[in-house]
Design a protein around this ligand. Structure first.
Ligand SMILES: [Mn+2]
Length: 279
């Protein structure tokens, strides 16, 4: 028992953890990595910021391995041991939105929430799909935006060899994709600005959302924009330390400690600045 409590005391214990876009029920869900993360990190409050289950995928084809069960049970267990667990459904698990205001076990279901940090900052927490209708499919475009450009160039070469053989004129796939990437960048930017504006409408100091599978923390016109990323591709979470400092964690299951995201670990990064701004 003593060694168990020793392990518990060595575990990073956050004031708050935000996780979203886990997509349980899909093959892409990185449930094992998430279980590894959850076994080594705990919090007083967990926010599950939408697309936790993928009802769309489950309706098409049932895929529910044991690891997905363990993820769901883990959060119920955290609630049972006394952690506050708030579940804010997204668009892929929108059926759960009908239960807003109710609780499953001790898990509260809400459409959105306001979280107060240890430093007294008010953060609006919501999934973020609410603006899809005015923006088009942000997630699809975000994905395209992060597509490796080298692959596109190679595909362009192959495509034009074929076009030449068939007697068609040259057509630049890479230029076409470059245009699409530009669209994607613009759409992500729009998404971030919409959500920052929504935080302002709620008289909040910041926003925490998910939906576009792109972890981020930066200031937008005086509002702190945080996106906790996803557990399909990037394995990221947003955490609040005991002193109110916010940080994005990128989880590498092979490493015993969380690794700071690339290029964000230096002192000059906006992440650290925000950390200092939210004592
Ligand atoms: Mn979503």
């Amino acid at each position: 028992m003593e060694s168990l409590s020793l392990i518990a005391s060595l575990m990073p214990h956050y004031r708050t953890l935000w996780l979203s876009d886990i997509h349980l029920g899909t093959r892409a869900c990185q449930a094992e990595a998430l279980l590894d993360f959850l076994s080594k990190n705990t919090a007083e409050t967990f926010y599950l910021v939408g697309d936790i289950f993928d009802g769309w995928a489950l309706q098409k084809r049932w895929h529910w391995p044991e690891a997905h069960d363990r993820v769901a049970h883990h959060f119920l267990g955290e609630a049972r041991r006394g952690a506050r667990v708030v579940y804010i459904p997204g668009n892929h698990d929108e059926a759960a939105r009908d239960y807003a205001g109710r609780s499953f076990g001790r898990v509260e279901v809400r459409l959105k929430d306001i979280h107060a940090t240890a430093g007294g900052k008010r953060l609006l927490v919501m999934h973020g799909d609410e603006f899809d209708a005015v923006m088009g499919c942000a997630k699809w475009l975000a994905k395209l935006g992060s597509m490796a450009y080298g692959v596109a160039l190679a595909a362009n070469w192959v495509l034009n060899r074929m076009r030449r053989v068939l007697g068609f004129p040259y057509w630049s796939l890479s230029a076409f994709l470059k245009g699409k990437v530009k669209d994607a960048v613009r759409t992500i930017n729009d998404f971030e600005h919409f959500l920052a504006q929504e935080a302002r409408n709620h008289k909040a100091d910041g926003i925490v959302c998910g939906h576009i599978h792109r972890a981020e923390m930066r200031e937008i016109e005086g509002i702190l924009y945080c996106n906790d990323g996803d557990w399909v591709e990037s394995r990221t979470a947003l955490c609040e330390h005991a002193d109110g400092r916010l940080e994005i964690i990128t989880w590498n299951p092979d490493s015993p400690r969380p690794t700071p995201p690339k290029g964000r670990g230096d002192k000059a990064s906006p992440l650290r600045e925000h950390g200092a701004k939210l004592p």
